[in-house]
Design a protein around this ligand. Structure first.
Ligand code: UDP
Length: 252
């Protein structure tokens, strides 16, 4: 196991992007299909985790926990926990696809996003990383969960494809709770819970420019690009998160 730091009631791996990718490739290189899943905490996850016991359990059982957002990285530095860098899910996927070039092949299944978007992402991925084989896609109906009728369909499709990597974009905490509940039934080596990554890969949503990400304002860019869905949520998070940092700092 990696060096982990404890913050906000969860443990986070002290991993760089390169180390995370190397570890994923090691797991993918194993013979068995033992589904290990990766979660990527951002401010919204940290806020949700405070009142969501199921989400906390999912985090506790995750094989890899890497920081998605700059504000969580800054908090780690303020709290003297010193995480090395952010490893956002939307960068981790492309980095893994790129690194898989050396092994010659990577089988990937895309689960989530609106109808048709995962298929468009599949086309874009295969153009950009021809050694990545998209062995299946499935965009379940909205409201999908482990108890919905579409769950059997999802399991059948994924297990028939036996992917090295399952990219899950169902939104948080749905995607994390789903993979935690299903992991023993999945013929998958690694599952990545990565929110809107499938939308970004498809060109359905546009990520913030590099300089905005660098100064830690990607969340603001996202909130402004989907204000009806995200603005209120992010305002709430921006109010609650500093208090959580202060509480954490006082409890040191
Ligand atoms: N989504 C989905 N099924 C659902 C709800 C959401 O496939 O029932 C998809 C949605 O189409 C989008 C992604 O989940 O592709 C949302 O990702 P985002 O990171 O924006 O979610 P958040 O965690 O911020 O809500």
């Amino acid at each position: 196991m990696f060096d982990r730091v404890k913050m906000f009631g969860i443990e986070i791996d002290r991993l760089t992007m390169d180390q995370a990718v190397a570890q994923l490739l090691d797991w993918i290189g194993e013979q068995e299909y033992h589904c290990r899943y990766v979660v990527t905490p951002n401010v919204d996850h940290i806020v949700k985790l405070q009142n969501n016991e199921a989400f906390r359990i999912v985090y506790k059982d995750a094989e890899m926990v890497v920081v998605d957002g700059k504000p969580v990285l800054w908090a780690s530095r303020l709290l003297n926990k010193l995480l090395p860098e952010t490893v956002p899910g939307s960068d981790l996927c492309p980095a893994l696809f790129e690194a898989a070039r050396a092994r010659g092949k990577l089988r990937v299944f895309l689960l989530g996003a609106a109808d048709g978007v995962a298929d468009r992402a599949a086309t874009a991925i295969q153009e950009r990383w021809p050694w990545v084989e998209i062995c299946g896609t499935y965009s379940p109906p909205m409201g999908f969960s482990a108890s919905s009728p579409a769950n059997e369909v999802a399991l059948e499709k994924i297990n028939a494809a036996r992917p090295d990597v399952l990219v899950i974009g169902l939104g948080a905490p749905k995607q994390e709770i789903w993979v935690h509940a299903m992991r023993d039934q999945l013929n998958v080596k690694v599952a990545l819970c990565v929110g809107a990554t499938i939308d970004f890969l498809a060109g359905e949503k546009i990520r913030a420019p590099h300089w905005i990400r660098k100064i830690g304002l990607e969340w603001l860019h996202r909130a402004l690009s989907e204000p009806r869905r995200l603005l209120l949520r992010y305002m709430h998070d921006a109010w609650v998160f500093p208090w959580l940092v202060i509480r954490e700092w006082l409890s040191k």
